[in-house]
Design a protein around this ligand. Structure first.
Ligand SMILES: [Ca+2]
Ligand SMILES: [Ca+2]
Length: 123
């Protein structure tokens, strides 16, 4: 099992709270696939997760952090946020912190990435 390298232990504990973590792993909450102490910027879902007290629950599952029209729960694969994957779901349908099409095609296409980058660069 992959873990996020060089990050505070808390990050991996946080990731373990999500019922389904593949294929996004660190990218579900961070803008870097390999966050480090100096590049641990959170994406919008990561920020909502933190604001939610760092727990995965129905509150977090029923909002749409990235505003792409798919609720966090749908993207993560646990629609009701009860901590158990929906049905036989084994991978996330989308990235809850990235505007994507929640299921088909590449999770992060170049256009999306460009938009996101521009957003964070502006801070
Ligand atoms: Ca979404
Ligand atoms: Ca998404």
């Amino acid at each position: 099992m992959s873990v996020c390298v060089d990050v505070a232990l808390a990050t991996n504990l946080d990731m373990a709270k999500l019922p389904v973590v593949t294929p996004n792993l660190c990218l579900a909450c961070h803008i870097s696939a390999t966050p480090t102490a100096t590049s641990k910027t959170l994406n919008v879902f990561g920020m909502d997760y933190r604001a939610n007290g760092r727990i995965w629950d129905s509150n977090l599952a029923t909002i749409d952090s990235d505003g792409d029209g798919c609720l966090n729960g749908v993207e993560v694969g646990d629609s009701d946020g009860d901590g158990s994957p929906d049905g036989n779901v084994t991978s996330q349908a989308g990235n809850p912190g990235v505007v994507d099409d929640c299921g088909s095609g590449p999770l992060v296409d170049e256009k999306t990435w460009g938009t996101l980058k521009a957003m964070f660069d502006g801070r």
